[in-house]
Design a protein around this ligand. Structure first.
Ligand code: PLP
Length: 348
């Protein structure tokens, strides 16, 4: 049986979180001499002299409207990378507990595990880039706290079979973290709507990809109220700055432009795939549900170096397990994609 209390680190269970100045009163106030801010203002056009809302209420209300999830089920982080780190810090005892990752996948799960001195047990995806459920079952022991599944997966681009993820959710007594950073580009449904079904589900999303706000660092975790409470307790009090909160709110009101870009990105992806297939150094292009494609080539390193020399940077993933010979290419603007193809035409 999944029991959140059994999963939590003892020190986190007993933690008294930092109490910020504005948590300590109720009612209306107009003079704030409580937080040692500069009461005169900021040397900028916009004033940022006051600490931001620690729980980002207004952004969450807007997200709640868009995602159809109550604000109390939303955690906001300084990028979803912060949410990943907070999950480690909340649930994994350094040097004792372990997590399961399923390479090839997003690199931060391993890095966060290393930073937190937590063993990351690797269970490779199958040749079809799907979950090896038997392998995962074998790797789980009593100290396994988290399983990370990225869908659509980075760097392979495909979505992970929904039934397999549900099998994990139904059978694993730790948390299943589904990283949906690329969900806006996917034909698959989000898992957010399953939160009421599975109390061990955490869905990660971000404003860094389709929403075009990577520079603002706004990541989201959707989970049960109990899990969100733990994450809020562990996070730095003011983890999302005021400028990011204000600009995220503004951007979230412009969903139509984002949808237009998603449509265009998908059209460009199809076009790029067709064009790349023409090259004889391209051996395979994997089906993608994301804003990038994984391309198997005859000589990844040489192609990568050639493109760098021409000022075009892609990602060489050829050293990654199950990605031998592979390059990962993000879908750019029509002009950028055209430049890429024209440059590759000069590659011998
Ligand atoms: C799968 C995946 N998750 C998370 C992130 C990071 O997201 P954020 O910018 O919100 O930290 C990335 C960025 O490349 C990613 O590929």
């Amino acid at each position: 049986m999944f029991e959140l209390n059994n999963l939590l680190r003892e020190n986190i269970k007993n933690l008294t979180p930092y109490s910020s100045a504005r948590d300590e009163y109720t009612g209306e106030a107009s003079v704030f001499l409580d937080a040692n801010e500069n009461a005169f203002g900021s040397p900028l056009e916009t004033a940022y002299n006051r600490y931001p809302d620690p729980l980002q209420y207004r952004v969450k209300m807007k997200l709640s409207e868009i995602k159809g999830v109550p604000a109390r089920n939303i955690f906001l982080g300084n990028g979803s990378d912060e949410a990943i780190d907070i999950l480690f810090r909340s649930f994994c005892n350094p040097g004792v507990d372990n997590v399961i990752i399923v390479p090839p996948t997003y690199g931060m799960y391993q890095v966060s595990a290393n930073i937190n001195d937590v063993e990351a047990r690797k269970v490779l995806l199958t040749e079809e880039y799907q979950l090896d459920l038997d392998g995962i079952a074998e790797a789980i022991d009593k100290n396994t706290k988290l399983i990370f599944v990225c869908s659509p997966n980075n760097p392979t681009g495909n979505s992970i079979n929904r039934d397999d993820i549900e099998t994990l959710l139904a059978n694993f007594n730790g948390l299943v973290i589904i990283d949906e950073a690329y969900i806006n580009y996917s034909r698959q449904k989000t898992f957010i709507q399953e939160l009421t079904e599975y109390s061990n589900l955490v869905v990660l999303q971000t404003l860094s990809k389709a929403w075009g706000l990577a520079g603002l660092r706004v990541g989201m975790a959707f989970a049960s109220e109990e899990i969100i409470e733990v994450m809020n307790k562990v996070k730095p009090p003011y983890n999302m700055n005021e400028a990011s909160q204000q600009l995220a709110l503004q951007a979230l009101n412009n969903v139509s432009l984002v949808n237009l870009w998603i449509k265009e990105t998908l059209e460009e992806r199809d076009k790029l795939v067709l064009n790349l297939k023409e090259f004889d150094f391209v051996l395979d292009i994997y089906p993608s549900d994301a804003n990038f494609i994984l391309v198997k080539t005859t000589n990844a390193k040489a192609i990568y170096d050639f493109l760098v020399k021409h000022g075009i940077i892609i990602r060489d993933r050829s050293k990654v397990e199950l990605c031998e010979g592979c390059l990962r290419i993000t879908i750019g603007t029509p002009d950028e994609n055209k430049t890429l193809i024209e440059t590759l035409q000069q590659y011998k």
